[in-house]
Design a protein around this ligand. Sequence first.
Ligand SMILES: O=C(O)CCC(=O)C(=O)O
Ligand SMILES: [Fe+2]
Length: 229
Amino acid sequence: MKINLDLFKKNGYVNIGNVLNHDEIKTLKNEILNNLNYNINNKNYRFSKNLVLENQKFFSLLVNSKIISSIKFLCNNKIIFFTPHTDAHINLRAGKIHRDNRDRVFGIGDDWNESKQNYNVFRIAIYLTSYQESKTSLTVFPGTHKKETTYQNIWFRFFNKVVRNTHKFFPLIQINQYAPFIKKKILKVNAGDCIIFDKRLRHAGGKISNHADKIAIFFHMVKLKTCIL
Ligand SMILES: O=C(O)CCC(=O)C(=O)O
Ligand SMILES: [Fe+2]
């Protein structure tokens, strides 16, 4: 798959498509379900920060040639490295619209100062389930890794407050990421798809179905000499 670098820089994300075959998807799904003790009697939201780092079955994904070559392409073929921060999720529901980087307030902090070097920290999301079966998707707000208007900032804060307060009383309710006059894209994935995004991009997990599971793995890569993690 050919990545359009200009589009990535403008929008802050790309779906590079499938990075796993059918058997690999099945193995990794089972590994997550078994290790996080998820079963018919115990079907709550689960996550682990260590599973992907500790279990050898995930290691080939961390050095997947399609992912590595895509990140290298986004970094002008410079040296990249893996940072030991991973996540495995089962059934993370639609929630707050957030950023994953350190300096989460737009424009404040080193993450936003690109006068000496570009940011170049990437979150890599691999979805093991599809939109078709479980409504697995990632909602992104294109361009918010580069720009955020006062209106957008106020809206996102208001929206997140509504989500937070609603979840206090109704933890299972999922709120659509409604964002009037703000560009939004719902990335509907196939099982095995990999989405790479700038860690500063505003995003949220999409609404999920209650009928089938959503399972995802996340990790990070950084261009060498980027001292912002
Ligand atoms: O559930 C998802 O698809 C997104 C999760 C997410 O935003 C995160 O792990 O940072
Ligand atoms: Fe996130």
